[in-house]
Structure formats: C-alpha cells, structure tokens
Design a protein around this ligand. Structure first.
Ligand code: FES
Length: 103
C-alpha cells in the first residue's frame, strides 16, 4: 500500500444508556411509572458487568405515557421498561456497540 493511501479509521463511541427520570406535574412521567427502580438496576448491572457503559439519568424523552423509557446512545428506545428488561437492554447495547465498531 502506498504511503499516505492507508485509511485509518478510529471510531470512539461512548457507550451510554439513558433512562428518563423525569417527574411531571400531576403524577405522570417516568418516575411515577417506576423509573427509579429501573435506574438502580441499570447502575447495579453496569457495575457487575464491567463493560464500561455509562448510565445517565435523562430528562423527558417525549414518551411520557409509555414509561419508564430507556434509550441506547445512538440506538433504540425501550418503553414500559421493568427491572426484568435490564439484562436484555444491556445485551442489545452490547450488540449495537459491536455492530457499530465494524463500520
Ligand atoms: S417523563 Fe419520561 S418520557 Fe416524559
């Protein structure tokens, strides 16, 4: 390969899962639908898994009636999330991250 023609592609993508922890007037919103329990489980599993995924409390995602709402950075939304969904979300985030490392 000729000098200077090599393409070096380095992709650094922060791995992050967002969870809405928004409280809305009148009791609606993700907190009243259980997002704090999901947040705690996400943090617990992120530490246990050790796969360098940041868990970030987010403001309203615009799906207030479908909470708790979770989103993978750059990827899918998840609605009506429970603590039982957390492991599946980590698996989907890991697959998404792996897929986007190859592009
Ligand atoms: S309060 Fe969670 S999406 Fe609006």
């Amino acid at each position: 390969m000729a000098r200077g023609s090599a393409q070096i592609k380095i992709m650094i993508r922060k791995r992050e899962i967002f969870i809405c922890a928004n409280r809305r007037a009148g009791g609606a919103g993700c907190i009243s639908q259980g997002s704090i329990d999901v947040l705690a489980k996400l943090i617990q599993r992120a530490r246990e898994r050790g796969d360098h995924v940041t868990i970030t409390k987010n403001v309203c995602m615009g799906y207030c009636g479908e909470g708790p709402n979770v989103k993978i950075r750059g990827g899918a939304y998840f609605h009506h999330v429970t603590v039982d969904d957390v492991e599946d979300i980590f698996e989907k985030e890991q697959a998404f991250h792996a897929q986007n490392q190859d592009e």
